[in-house]
Design a protein around this ligand. Structure first.
Ligand SMILES: [Zn+2]
Ligand SMILES: [Zn+2]
Length: 149
């Protein structure tokens, strides 16, 4: 009988031990992915200054649901980003403040164009004899008005 043979073939196909191994393989891969989820959550939470062990346990218990929960509730930015942004802001502030300098004699804060230190009276700059802009003490000519000093 052709039909019987056909049915037997189908049964043989599904009772093939390869399915068992395939199933083991899939379970194995799911475990690997699950562990990867836990590891990823732990690392990501640590970077974001979230309670990493707590979230790792949540993902360990609830798996996908825990991961989705974490993705919703995690803090939005990395600490590194925050630190980097703070540094950038500090740098910008410094650049904006670069008109400020320190007196070479007393170390107190002075402005770049001060002629004399208001704290210790150290002479810092000459003023141009023509345009009276502040000039470094060793300049021989004014770079603004080209007057020789
Ligand atoms: Zn000074
Ligand atoms: Zn000048």
């Amino acid at each position: 009988m052709d039909i019987l043979k056909y049915a037997n073939n189908i049964i043989a196909f599904f009772t093939n031990p390869i399915w068992k191994y395939l199933l083991y393989g899939i379970i194995f891969m799911l475990i690997i992915v699950w562990l990867a989820f836990i590891y990823w959550t732990y690392r990501d939470a640590k970077l974001r200054n979230a309670p990493a062990p707590f979230w790792a346990i949540i993902v360990f218990i609830f798996n996908y649901v825990g991961l989705i929960l974490y993705l919703i509730l995690r803090p939005p930015e990395f600490i590194d980003d925050v630190v980097e942004r703070d540094l950038e802001i500090k740098r910008m502030e410094f650049l904006l403040d670069s008109a400020y300098a320190k007196c070479p004699a007393c170390g107190k804060e002075i402005k770049e164009d001060f002629l004399i230190c208001p704290h210790c009276r150290r002479k810092l700059k000459n003023s141009c004899i023509n345009c009276s802009r502040p000039l470094n003490l060793d300049w021989k000519i004014c770079p603004y008005c080209k007057t020789t000093q």
